[in-house]
Ligand binder design. Structure first.
Ligand SMILES: NC(=O)c1ccc[n+]([C@@H]2O[C@H](COP(=O)([O-])OP(=O)(O)OC[C@H]3O[C@@H](n4cnc5c(N)ncnc54)[C@H](O)[C@@H]3O)[C@@H](O)[C@H]2O)c1
Ligand SMILES: [Zn+2]
Length: 376
């Protein structure tokens, strides 16, 4: 088992990464909390797979868990769903000595983390990420939130989990499309901060990508055993990149944490334009990164060869790099124009100078973004 410490302000929390951790989660959590009541928030896909193993382990450690299931997918990241959860916690008798467990991907932890931060003005939560995307990225950093009609993640808080436990066994049940999606954030980490990581994932042979027909666990020839062995350090490498940035700039006060938004300004606009749930977050970010690489060629001296390498790396993980012809592009432009990061016609925008080195540019204009989206 690997362990990473995340520091944010005066807070510190641990991420445990290993195989088969969920059946023992009760005892791990018992070291943190004395109370007995807790809610396990999960979604309708994850509940039948891991809901009972987590609840049984919590019961064994003398907790009284209440399993609460939300519908799967991005549309659960809403204020309505957050309000409904608060009502359910009240009905379940959760008080200030209680805590939450979020069991699922980034949607569940963004939502559950948000509700943990507002219910009774904040009760602690433990995060059990079950997607690759959540294990390499969203499980740390403290950004929680829901979407509003105006855009992605516009309502939220900074609220860190008390503990994160990433059980690699859970990745075995991921459908191929959701496994692939995680590589968008991995490629992002490589592009902004770690050229070695980028080149490792760019070579599809070292980390076998999945197509939808072959989920990771069912075909050892598609996902060799060596890849499984490499997973803990691979996940840790990603989390260390994010943890280092978060420790230095937790609330995005300077430009450092903003680097994690590479591909996200355009990606979020695409996600919003498609309608939440149509494109997975990682798929929209893949498109956003292709467009942002084009902006970087124009504004930051990124070579065309490296922009192409970013595109090929995404393609080798079956991520989209072009918009479908009938995509409502006008909606992307409208969402971009509304972006609050624009000031006097310019936007704070993450550009890449070379793979592994990015910065925030203040020279990018709406026209630059529109030109890059038009090329997508
Ligand atoms: N807070 C952050 O720092 C941060 C960072 C990156 C992304 N995000 C957010 O994360 C979300 C995307 O995360 P995601 O892709 O994990 O979304 P998700 O939670 O919707 O999971 C994707 C799908 O996989 C299913 N699933 C989850 N675990 C499974 C498992 N082990 N086996 C089988 N199916 C499983 C889910 O039911 C869902 O249908 C977006 O809302 C994005 O904005 C947040
Ligand atoms: Zn993201």
């Amino acid at each position: 088992m690997k362990s990473i410490e995340v520091r944010a302000g005066r807070q510190r929390y641990e991420v445990l990464i290993g195989s088969g951790l969920l059946p023992g989660i009760g005892l791990i959590v018992r070291q943190l909390f004395r109370g007995s009541r807790c809610a396990v928030v999960t979604d309708g896909n994850v509940a039948p797979l891991y809901g009972e193993v987590v609840c049984a382990s919590l019961r064994e450690a003398n907790f009284q868990p209440q399993l609460i299931i939300v519908p799967p997918g991005e549309s659960s990241k809403s204020l309505d769903q957050a309000g409904a959860l608060c009502d359910e916690f009240g009905a379940a008798g959760l008080d200030r000595s209680s805590f939450l467990v979020s069991l699922g991907g980034g949607v569940v932890s963004d939502l559950a983390g948000f509700v943990a931060s507002i219910y009774l003005r904040g009760i602690p939560y433990v995060s059990l990420p079950t997607t690759l995307l959540a294990q390499v990225d969203s499980c740390i950093g403290g950004k929680t939130g829901v979407n509003s009609s105006a855009g992605k993640n516009l309502i939220g808080t900074f609220f860190h989990p008390a503990l994160v436990v990433a059980d690699l066994e859970t990745l075995q049940t991921l459908p191929g499309r959701i496994w692939n999606e995680g590589f968008a954030e991995v490629i992002k980490h490589g592009v902004i901060r770690d050229a070695g990581l980028f080149h490792m994932v760019a070579q599809a042979s070292s980390l076998q990508p999945m197509d939808d027909a072959s989920p990771p666990q069912r075909d050892e020839s598609v996902q060799p055993a060596s890849w499984k062995l490499a997973l803990p350090s691979f996940i840790a490498r990603n989390l260390r990149i994010k943890a280092e940035i978060v420790a230095a700039d937790e609330k995005e006060k300077n430009d450092l944490r903003a680097l994690l938004n590479f591909g996200h300004t355009i990606g979020h606009a695409i996600e919003h334009a498609a309608g939440y749930g149509e494109l997975l977050h990682g798929e929209a970010i893949s498109l956003g990164m292709v467009a942002s690489a084009q902006v970087s060629v124009r504004r930051a001296g990124l070579s065309v060869a490296e922009a192409d390498a970013i595109k090929s790396a995404l393609q080798s993980h079956h991520l989209p790099t072009a918009l479908p012809p009938n995509f409502p592009r006008a909606k992307i432009f409208a969402a971009l124009a509304r972006d609050k990061k624009f000031e006097n016609g310019r936007i704070r925008f993450v550009v890449v100078h070379e793979i592994g080195r990015a910065s925030v540019s203040h020279d990018v204009t709406l026209e630059d973004l529109e030109a890059a989206v038009a090329e997508l």
